[in-house]
Ligand binder design. Structure first.
Ligand SMILES: C[S@@+](CC[C@H](N)C(=O)[O-])C[C@H]1O[C@@H](n2cnc3c(N)ncnc32)[C@H](O)[C@@H]1O
Length: 436
Protein backbone atom coordinates (compact mmCIF):
# COMPACT_ATOMS: atom_id res chain seq x y z
CA UNK A 1 0.00 0.00 0.00
CA UNK A 2 1.18 3.53 -0.75
CA UNK A 3 3.04 5.74 1.70
CA UNK A 4 0.21 8.28 1.41
CA UNK A 5 -2.28 5.62 2.63
CA UNK A 6 -0.08 4.72 5.59
CA UNK A 7 0.33 8.39 6.49
CA UNK A 8 -3.44 8.90 6.31
CA UNK A 9 -4.07 5.83 8.52
CA UNK A 10 -1.56 7.06 11.11
CA UNK A 11 -3.18 10.52 11.15
CA UNK A 12 -6.65 8.98 11.58
CA UNK A 13 -5.53 6.91 14.58
CA UNK A 14 -3.62 9.88 16.03
CA UNK A 15 -6.82 11.92 15.91
CA UNK A 16 -8.87 9.18 17.57
CA UNK A 17 -6.27 8.81 20.37
CA UNK A 18 -5.55 12.52 20.88
CA UNK A 19 -8.98 14.12 20.35
CA UNK A 20 -11.29 11.20 21.02
CA UNK A 21 -12.78 11.70 17.52
CA UNK A 22 -14.80 8.87 16.09
CA UNK A 23 -12.91 6.88 13.48
CA UNK A 24 -15.55 7.78 10.86
CA UNK A 25 -15.08 11.52 11.47
CA UNK A 26 -11.29 11.17 11.43
CA UNK A 27 -11.43 9.17 8.17
CA UNK A 28 -13.53 11.88 6.60
CA UNK A 29 -10.90 14.48 7.49
CA UNK A 30 -7.77 12.56 6.52
CA UNK A 31 -8.58 10.50 3.49
CA UNK A 32 -10.12 13.18 1.28
CA UNK A 33 -6.74 13.71 -0.45
CA UNK A 34 -6.39 10.00 -1.29
CA UNK A 35 -7.52 8.41 -4.57
CA UNK A 36 -10.75 6.44 -3.94
CA UNK A 37 -9.10 3.06 -4.59
CA UNK A 38 -6.70 3.59 -1.65
CA UNK A 39 -9.38 4.46 0.90
CA UNK A 40 -10.62 0.93 1.72
CA UNK A 41 -7.13 -0.04 2.93
CA UNK A 42 -6.94 2.99 5.23
CA UNK A 43 -10.36 2.21 6.64
CA UNK A 44 -9.55 -1.44 7.13
CA UNK A 45 -6.15 -0.70 8.77
CA UNK A 46 -7.77 1.73 11.23
CA UNK A 47 -10.78 -0.51 11.97
CA UNK A 48 -8.65 -3.61 12.56
CA UNK A 49 -6.27 -1.63 14.81
CA UNK A 50 -9.17 -0.43 16.96
CA UNK A 51 -10.80 -3.88 16.96
CA UNK A 52 -7.70 -5.54 18.42
CA UNK A 53 -6.10 -2.59 20.24
CA UNK A 54 -5.46 -4.20 23.67
CA UNK A 55 -3.60 -7.18 22.21
CA UNK A 56 -1.81 -5.02 19.61
CA UNK A 57 -0.56 -2.68 22.34
CA UNK A 58 0.54 -5.55 24.60
CA UNK A 59 2.38 -7.13 21.65
CA UNK A 60 4.66 -4.17 21.01
CA UNK A 61 4.85 -2.96 24.61
CA UNK A 62 6.58 -6.18 25.67
CA UNK A 63 9.57 -5.03 23.60
CA UNK A 64 9.90 -1.41 24.81
CA UNK A 65 11.36 -0.17 28.08
CA UNK A 66 9.51 3.13 28.16
CA UNK A 67 6.09 3.30 26.52
CA UNK A 68 5.79 6.34 24.19
CA UNK A 69 2.92 8.69 25.04
CA UNK A 70 2.82 10.77 21.87
CA UNK A 71 -0.42 9.74 20.04
CA UNK A 72 1.33 9.73 16.66
CA UNK A 73 4.08 7.42 17.96
CA UNK A 74 1.39 5.08 19.35
CA UNK A 75 -0.42 5.18 16.01
CA UNK A 76 2.76 4.26 14.09
CA UNK A 77 3.57 1.29 16.35
CA UNK A 78 -0.06 0.10 16.32
CA UNK A 79 -0.21 0.31 12.53
CA UNK A 80 2.99 -1.64 12.06
CA UNK A 81 1.75 -4.35 14.44
CA UNK A 82 -1.76 -4.66 12.98
CA UNK A 83 -0.29 -5.23 9.53
CA UNK A 84 1.80 -8.14 10.79
CA UNK A 85 -0.90 -9.66 12.98
CA UNK A 86 -4.20 -9.02 11.20
CA UNK A 87 -3.72 -7.62 7.67
CA UNK A 88 -2.25 -9.50 4.78
CA UNK A 89 0.93 -7.40 4.62
CA UNK A 90 4.08 -9.55 4.36
CA UNK A 91 5.78 -9.01 7.76
CA UNK A 92 9.08 -7.70 6.42
CA UNK A 93 7.30 -5.21 4.18
CA UNK A 94 5.31 -4.04 7.22
CA UNK A 95 8.58 -3.48 9.12
CA UNK A 96 10.36 -1.59 6.33
CA UNK A 97 7.39 0.51 5.33
CA UNK A 98 6.59 1.49 8.92
CA UNK A 99 10.21 2.61 9.39
CA UNK A 100 9.84 4.74 6.23
CA UNK A 101 6.59 6.08 7.67
CA UNK A 102 8.35 7.42 10.80
CA UNK A 103 10.50 9.63 8.55
CA UNK A 104 7.60 10.69 6.35
CA UNK A 105 5.73 11.79 9.48
CA UNK A 106 8.77 13.70 10.72
CA UNK A 107 9.44 11.32 13.58
CA UNK A 108 12.89 10.05 12.49
CA UNK A 109 13.96 9.56 16.13
CA UNK A 110 11.41 6.71 16.30
CA UNK A 111 12.81 4.74 13.38
CA UNK A 112 15.28 2.70 15.47
CA UNK A 113 12.65 1.75 18.03
CA UNK A 114 10.04 0.91 15.37
CA UNK A 115 12.55 -1.19 13.46
CA UNK A 116 13.65 -3.26 16.45
CA UNK A 117 10.15 -3.73 17.92
CA UNK A 118 8.48 -4.71 14.65
CA UNK A 119 11.30 -7.09 13.70
CA UNK A 120 10.67 -8.97 16.95
CA UNK A 121 6.93 -9.12 16.25
CA UNK A 122 7.59 -10.24 12.66
CA UNK A 123 9.61 -13.18 14.04
CA UNK A 124 7.00 -14.11 16.70
CA UNK A 125 3.69 -12.50 15.70
CA UNK A 126 1.54 -13.96 18.50
CA UNK A 127 1.41 -12.42 21.97
CA UNK A 128 2.89 -15.06 24.33
CA UNK A 129 0.25 -16.71 26.54
CA UNK A 130 1.84 -15.49 29.81
CA UNK A 131 1.32 -11.86 28.69
CA UNK A 132 -2.40 -12.32 28.07
CA UNK A 133 -5.03 -10.97 30.43
CA UNK A 134 -8.83 -10.65 30.06
CA UNK A 135 -8.51 -7.42 28.10
CA UNK A 136 -6.04 -8.79 25.56
CA UNK A 137 -7.85 -12.10 25.27
CA UNK A 138 -11.21 -10.51 24.50
CA UNK A 139 -9.96 -7.20 23.08
CA UNK A 140 -12.44 -5.20 25.14
CA UNK A 141 -11.98 -2.86 28.15
CA UNK A 142 -12.04 -4.56 31.55
CA UNK A 143 -15.17 -2.71 32.77
CA UNK A 144 -17.04 -3.78 29.63
CA UNK A 145 -16.15 -7.47 30.06
CA UNK A 146 -17.17 -7.33 33.73
CA UNK A 147 -20.51 -5.70 32.94
CA UNK A 148 -21.32 -8.35 30.33
CA UNK A 149 -20.29 -11.15 32.71
CA UNK A 150 -22.71 -9.76 35.30
CA UNK A 151 -25.60 -8.97 32.97
CA UNK A 152 -25.20 -11.87 30.50
CA UNK A 153 -23.76 -14.79 32.51
CA UNK A 154 -24.69 -17.30 29.80
CA UNK A 155 -23.99 -15.16 26.74
CA UNK A 156 -21.04 -12.85 27.52
CA UNK A 157 -18.43 -14.90 25.66
CA UNK A 158 -20.58 -15.19 22.53
CA UNK A 159 -21.26 -11.43 22.63
CA UNK A 160 -17.56 -10.59 22.89
CA UNK A 161 -16.68 -13.05 20.14
CA UNK A 162 -19.30 -11.61 17.79
CA UNK A 163 -18.14 -8.06 18.59
CA UNK A 164 -14.66 -8.92 17.32
CA UNK A 165 -15.85 -10.09 13.91
CA UNK A 166 -16.38 -7.94 10.86
CA UNK A 167 -20.08 -7.20 10.45
CA UNK A 168 -21.95 -8.94 7.62
CA UNK A 169 -23.47 -6.74 4.89
CA UNK A 170 -27.27 -6.80 5.17
CA UNK A 171 -29.82 -5.40 2.76
CA UNK A 172 -33.45 -4.68 3.45
CA UNK A 173 -35.74 -5.69 0.64
CA UNK A 174 -38.79 -3.48 0.13
CA UNK A 175 -41.38 -6.26 0.23
CA UNK A 176 -43.82 -4.15 -1.76
CA UNK A 177 -41.59 -4.89 -4.76
CA UNK A 178 -41.28 -8.70 -4.85
CA UNK A 179 -40.20 -8.50 -8.50
CA UNK A 180 -36.88 -6.93 -7.38
CA UNK A 181 -35.55 -10.19 -5.91
CA UNK A 182 -34.60 -12.19 -9.03
CA UNK A 183 -32.30 -9.38 -10.24
CA UNK A 184 -30.59 -9.29 -6.83
CA UNK A 185 -30.12 -13.06 -6.81
CA UNK A 186 -28.69 -12.96 -10.33
CA UNK A 187 -26.22 -10.14 -9.56
CA UNK A 188 -25.36 -11.53 -6.10
CA UNK A 189 -25.60 -15.36 -6.29
CA UNK A 190 -24.23 -15.56 -2.74
CA UNK A 191 -27.28 -13.67 -1.40
CA UNK A 192 -28.90 -15.50 1.54
CA UNK A 193 -32.15 -14.63 3.27
CA UNK A 194 -32.18 -14.33 7.07
CA UNK A 195 -33.81 -17.46 8.54
CA UNK A 196 -36.31 -15.42 10.61
CA UNK A 197 -36.43 -11.96 8.99
CA UNK A 198 -37.93 -12.17 5.53
CA UNK A 199 -36.83 -8.69 4.38
CA UNK A 200 -33.14 -9.24 5.33
CA UNK A 201 -30.66 -10.48 2.71
CA UNK A 202 -26.95 -10.90 3.34
CA UNK A 203 -24.60 -10.30 0.42
CA UNK A 204 -20.86 -9.84 -0.01
CA UNK A 205 -19.90 -6.19 0.56
CA UNK A 206 -19.94 -4.09 -2.63
CA UNK A 207 -20.65 -0.50 -3.67
CA UNK A 208 -24.38 0.15 -3.34
CA UNK A 209 -24.53 1.56 -6.88
CA UNK A 210 -23.84 -1.97 -8.18
CA UNK A 211 -26.83 -3.49 -6.34
CA UNK A 212 -29.70 -3.84 -8.82
CA UNK A 213 -32.73 -1.92 -7.58
CA UNK A 214 -30.81 0.11 -5.00
CA UNK A 215 -31.25 3.45 -6.76
CA UNK A 216 -34.91 2.66 -7.34
CA UNK A 217 -35.44 2.14 -3.60
CA UNK A 218 -36.09 -1.62 -3.81
CA UNK A 219 -33.17 -2.33 -1.47
CA UNK A 220 -31.56 -0.39 1.38
CA UNK A 221 -28.52 -1.14 3.50
CA UNK A 222 -29.70 -1.99 7.03
CA UNK A 223 -28.59 -4.48 9.66
CA UNK A 224 -30.86 -7.54 9.96
CA UNK A 225 -31.81 -6.92 13.60
CA UNK A 226 -32.53 -3.23 12.87
CA UNK A 227 -35.14 -4.55 10.45
CA UNK A 228 -37.15 -5.82 13.41
CA UNK A 229 -38.17 -2.27 14.45
CA UNK A 230 -40.77 -1.33 11.84
CA UNK A 231 -42.69 -4.67 11.92
CA UNK A 232 -42.74 -4.56 15.75
CA UNK A 233 -44.23 -1.06 15.73
CA UNK A 234 -46.62 -2.24 12.98
CA UNK A 235 -47.64 1.07 11.36
CA UNK A 236 -50.86 1.24 9.34
CA UNK A 237 -51.92 3.47 6.47
CA UNK A 238 -53.90 6.47 7.69
CA UNK A 239 -52.26 6.54 11.13
CA UNK A 240 -50.05 9.34 12.49
CA UNK A 241 -46.61 7.96 13.23
CA UNK A 242 -43.67 9.69 14.93
CA UNK A 243 -40.06 8.61 14.45
CA UNK A 244 -38.64 10.71 17.27
CA UNK A 245 -34.89 10.01 16.76
CA UNK A 246 -34.78 9.43 13.04
CA UNK A 247 -31.36 10.25 11.56
CA UNK A 248 -29.96 8.85 9.31
CA UNK A 249 -33.41 7.50 8.49
CA UNK A 250 -32.96 3.73 8.13
CA UNK A 251 -35.96 2.85 10.27
CA UNK A 252 -38.05 5.82 9.05
CA UNK A 253 -37.68 4.45 5.52
CA UNK A 254 -38.76 1.00 6.66
CA UNK A 255 -41.83 2.47 8.44
CA UNK A 256 -42.75 4.21 5.20
CA UNK A 257 -42.30 0.99 3.18
CA UNK A 258 -44.68 -0.74 5.58
CA UNK A 259 -47.33 2.00 5.50
CA UNK A 260 -46.75 4.45 2.64
CA UNK A 261 -50.11 6.13 3.23
CA UNK A 262 -49.42 6.81 6.92
CA UNK A 263 -48.64 10.36 8.04
CA UNK A 264 -45.07 9.94 9.22
CA UNK A 265 -43.09 12.66 10.99
CA UNK A 266 -39.32 12.11 11.28
CA UNK A 267 -37.49 14.17 13.92
CA UNK A 268 -33.87 14.53 14.90
CA UNK A 269 -32.12 17.03 17.12
CA UNK A 270 -29.09 17.16 14.82
CA UNK A 271 -30.25 19.26 11.89
CA UNK A 272 -27.17 18.41 9.80
CA UNK A 273 -27.98 14.68 10.02
CA UNK A 274 -31.47 15.23 8.64
CA UNK A 275 -30.16 15.64 5.09
CA UNK A 276 -29.32 11.90 5.17
CA UNK A 277 -32.94 11.17 6.20
CA UNK A 278 -34.16 13.26 3.25
CA UNK A 279 -31.79 11.46 0.83
CA UNK A 280 -32.85 8.02 2.04
CA UNK A 281 -36.53 8.83 1.79
CA UNK A 282 -36.22 10.46 -1.65
CA UNK A 283 -34.61 7.28 -2.99
CA UNK A 284 -37.39 5.10 -1.55
CA UNK A 285 -40.24 7.38 -2.50
CA UNK A 286 -39.06 8.16 -6.03
CA UNK A 287 -40.88 5.26 -7.67
CA UNK A 288 -43.69 4.38 -5.29
CA UNK A 289 -46.70 6.55 -4.53
CA UNK A 290 -47.30 7.44 -0.92
CA UNK A 291 -47.67 10.26 1.58
CA UNK A 292 -44.44 12.28 1.85
CA UNK A 293 -42.69 12.00 5.22
CA UNK A 294 -42.42 15.24 7.17
CA UNK A 295 -38.81 15.77 8.29
CA UNK A 296 -37.93 18.37 10.94
CA UNK A 297 -35.18 19.31 13.39
CA UNK A 298 -36.38 19.29 16.99
CA UNK A 299 -35.20 18.39 20.47
CA UNK A 300 -37.60 15.73 21.72
CA UNK A 301 -36.46 16.26 25.31
CA UNK A 302 -37.53 19.95 25.25
CA UNK A 303 -41.33 20.12 24.96
CA UNK A 304 -41.20 23.94 25.19
CA UNK A 305 -39.56 23.88 21.72
CA UNK A 306 -42.19 21.65 20.14
CA UNK A 307 -44.67 22.88 17.50
CA UNK A 308 -47.87 24.38 18.97
CA UNK A 309 -50.11 21.64 17.55
CA UNK A 310 -48.30 19.10 19.78
CA UNK A 311 -49.00 21.14 22.90
CA UNK A 312 -51.98 19.18 24.18
CA UNK A 313 -50.27 15.81 23.60
CA UNK A 314 -52.02 12.64 22.37
CA UNK A 315 -51.12 13.36 18.74
CA UNK A 316 -49.63 10.11 17.44
CA UNK A 317 -51.00 6.58 17.06
CA UNK A 318 -47.52 5.05 17.15
CA UNK A 319 -44.07 6.31 18.13
CA UNK A 320 -40.68 4.84 17.34
CA UNK A 321 -38.11 5.90 19.93
CA UNK A 322 -34.73 4.70 18.69
CA UNK A 323 -32.83 6.58 21.37
CA UNK A 324 -29.15 7.61 21.41
CA UNK A 325 -27.26 4.89 23.29
CA UNK A 326 -23.85 3.46 24.16
CA UNK A 327 -23.92 1.57 20.84
CA UNK A 328 -22.53 -1.45 22.71
CA UNK A 329 -24.50 -3.70 20.32
CA UNK A 330 -22.84 -2.39 17.15
CA UNK A 331 -19.18 -2.64 18.17
CA UNK A 332 -18.22 -4.69 15.13
CA UNK A 333 -19.33 -1.79 12.89
CA UNK A 334 -17.79 0.84 15.19
CA UNK A 335 -14.78 -0.74 16.94
CA UNK A 336 -13.63 2.72 18.10
CA UNK A 337 -16.51 2.63 20.61
CA UNK A 338 -14.52 0.20 22.76
CA UNK A 339 -11.76 2.78 22.97
CA UNK A 340 -13.86 5.94 23.21
CA UNK A 341 -16.59 4.83 25.63
CA UNK A 342 -15.84 5.05 29.39
CA UNK A 343 -17.70 3.16 32.14
CA UNK A 344 -18.93 6.46 33.58
CA UNK A 345 -20.61 7.46 30.29
CA UNK A 346 -23.46 5.00 30.75
CA UNK A 347 -25.15 7.00 33.52
CA UNK A 348 -25.24 10.17 31.38
CA UNK A 349 -26.56 8.22 28.39
CA UNK A 350 -29.39 6.66 30.42
CA UNK A 351 -30.38 10.12 31.75
CA UNK A 352 -30.60 11.42 28.18
CA UNK A 353 -32.73 8.41 27.18
CA UNK A 354 -35.00 8.92 30.17
CA UNK A 355 -35.58 12.59 29.28
CA UNK A 356 -36.50 11.73 25.68
CA UNK A 357 -38.75 8.84 26.78
CA UNK A 358 -40.56 10.90 29.41
CA UNK A 359 -41.25 13.76 27.02
CA UNK A 360 -42.21 11.69 23.96
CA UNK A 361 -44.73 9.44 25.68
CA UNK A 362 -47.11 12.33 26.29
CA UNK A 363 -47.48 12.59 22.48
CA UNK A 364 -48.98 9.10 22.29
CA UNK A 365 -52.74 8.69 21.98
CA UNK A 366 -54.47 6.42 24.54
CA UNK A 367 -54.41 2.91 23.11
CA UNK A 368 -51.32 3.82 21.07
CA UNK A 369 -47.98 2.01 20.99
CA UNK A 370 -44.42 3.22 21.52
CA UNK A 371 -41.47 1.07 20.50
CA UNK A 372 -38.43 1.84 22.65
CA UNK A 373 -35.25 0.73 20.85
CA UNK A 374 -31.51 0.81 21.46
CA UNK A 375 -28.52 -0.73 19.72
CA UNK A 376 -27.11 -1.61 23.13
CA UNK A 377 -26.69 -4.80 25.13
CA UNK A 378 -26.29 -3.00 28.48
CA UNK A 379 -29.28 -3.51 30.77
CA UNK A 380 -29.17 0.02 32.27
CA UNK A 381 -30.24 1.38 28.88
CA UNK A 382 -32.72 -1.40 28.18
CA UNK A 383 -34.67 -3.47 30.68
CA UNK A 384 -33.80 -1.27 33.67
CA UNK A 385 -34.74 1.90 31.78
CA UNK A 386 -38.13 0.44 30.80
CA UNK A 387 -38.80 -1.01 34.29
CA UNK A 388 -38.14 2.43 35.86
CA UNK A 389 -40.41 4.08 33.30
CA UNK A 390 -43.24 1.63 33.96
CA UNK A 391 -42.91 2.13 37.72
CA UNK A 392 -43.41 5.88 37.23
CA UNK A 393 -46.20 5.48 34.64
CA UNK A 394 -49.03 3.11 35.56
CA UNK A 395 -50.86 4.36 32.45
CA UNK A 396 -48.40 2.29 30.38
CA UNK A 397 -47.94 -1.47 30.08
CA UNK A 398 -45.29 -3.49 28.23
CA UNK A 399 -46.51 -5.89 25.56
CA UNK A 400 -44.96 -9.37 25.67
CA UNK A 401 -42.41 -9.69 22.88
CA UNK A 402 -40.92 -12.93 21.74
CA UNK A 403 -38.80 -13.20 18.61
CA UNK A 404 -37.04 -16.27 17.19
CA UNK A 405 -33.35 -15.82 17.92
CA UNK A 406 -34.10 -13.19 20.59
CA UNK A 407 -33.75 -13.40 24.38
CA UNK A 408 -37.02 -12.43 26.08
CA UNK A 409 -36.47 -10.16 29.08
CA UNK A 410 -38.84 -9.15 31.86
CA UNK A 411 -39.87 -6.28 29.58
CA UNK A 412 -39.02 -6.45 25.89
CA UNK A 413 -36.63 -8.60 23.93
CA UNK A 414 -32.86 -8.50 23.41
CA UNK A 415 -31.29 -9.47 20.13
CA UNK A 416 -27.62 -10.21 20.64
CA UNK A 417 -24.89 -9.60 18.06
CA UNK A 418 -24.29 -12.77 16.04
CA UNK A 419 -21.19 -13.57 13.99
CA UNK A 420 -23.18 -14.28 10.82
CA UNK A 421 -26.39 -12.52 11.90
CA UNK A 422 -27.54 -9.13 13.10
CA UNK A 423 -26.24 -6.55 15.57
CA UNK A 424 -27.21 -6.19 19.23
CA UNK A 425 -30.61 -4.49 19.56
CA UNK A 426 -33.15 -4.14 22.36
CA UNK A 427 -36.86 -3.56 21.76
CA UNK A 428 -39.70 -2.92 24.20
CA UNK A 429 -43.24 -2.24 23.00
CA UNK A 430 -45.16 0.00 25.41
CA UNK A 431 -48.91 0.46 25.21
CA UNK A 432 -50.70 3.51 26.62
CA UNK A 433 -53.79 2.22 28.37
CA UNK A 434 -57.20 3.46 27.19
CA UNK A 435 -58.85 3.91 23.81
CA UNK A 436 -57.92 6.40 21.08
C1 LIG B 1 -29.68 5.55 17.21
S1 LIG B 1 -29.74 7.03 16.34
C2 LIG B 1 -31.20 6.84 15.37
C3 LIG B 1 -31.03 5.95 14.18
C4 LIG B 1 -32.25 5.98 13.24
N1 LIG B 1 -33.48 5.67 13.93
C5 LIG B 1 -32.10 5.03 12.06
O1 LIG B 1 -32.63 3.92 12.09
O2 LIG B 1 -31.44 5.41 11.09
C6 LIG B 1 -30.26 8.16 17.55
C7 LIG B 1 -30.56 9.55 17.01
O3 LIG B 1 -31.15 10.30 18.08
C8 LIG B 1 -30.85 11.66 17.86
N2 LIG B 1 -31.14 12.39 19.11
C9 LIG B 1 -30.38 12.47 20.24
N3 LIG B 1 -30.98 13.23 21.16
C10 LIG B 1 -32.15 13.64 20.61
C11 LIG B 1 -33.21 14.48 21.07
N4 LIG B 1 -33.16 15.03 22.29
N5 LIG B 1 -34.26 14.72 20.24
C12 LIG B 1 -34.30 14.16 19.00
N6 LIG B 1 -33.31 13.37 18.51
C13 LIG B 1 -32.26 13.11 19.31
C14 LIG B 1 -29.39 11.61 17.45
O4 LIG B 1 -29.06 12.80 16.76
C15 LIG B 1 -29.35 10.37 16.57
O5 LIG B 1 -29.46 10.70 15.21
Amino acid sequence: MSLASRKAAARVLQEVYANRSTVDDALETHQTQLPPEQRPWVRSACFETLRYLPSIRASWQQHVKKKPTDPLALAILDLGTVQIQHLKTPPWAAVNETVTLTRALKKPHLSGLVNSVLRKIAKNPLLPTHLHNEETRWNHPKWWIKKLQQQWPKHWQAILQANNHKAPFWLRHNRQVPAALPALQKACPEARQHPHIASAWCIDPRPVASIPGFEAGHFSVQDAHAQRAAPLLDPHNGERILDACAAPGGKAGHLWEQAPQAEITAIDVQAHRLSRVGENLRRLQANINGTPVEVRALNMAKPNQWPPDWGAGAVFDRILLDVPCSASGVVRRHPDIKYLRQAGDIAAITRQQKDILEASTRLLKPGGHLLYATCSVFDEENGQQVAHFLSRHPEFEAETLSLPGGVSRQHGVQLLPEIHGGDGFYYALLKKRGHG
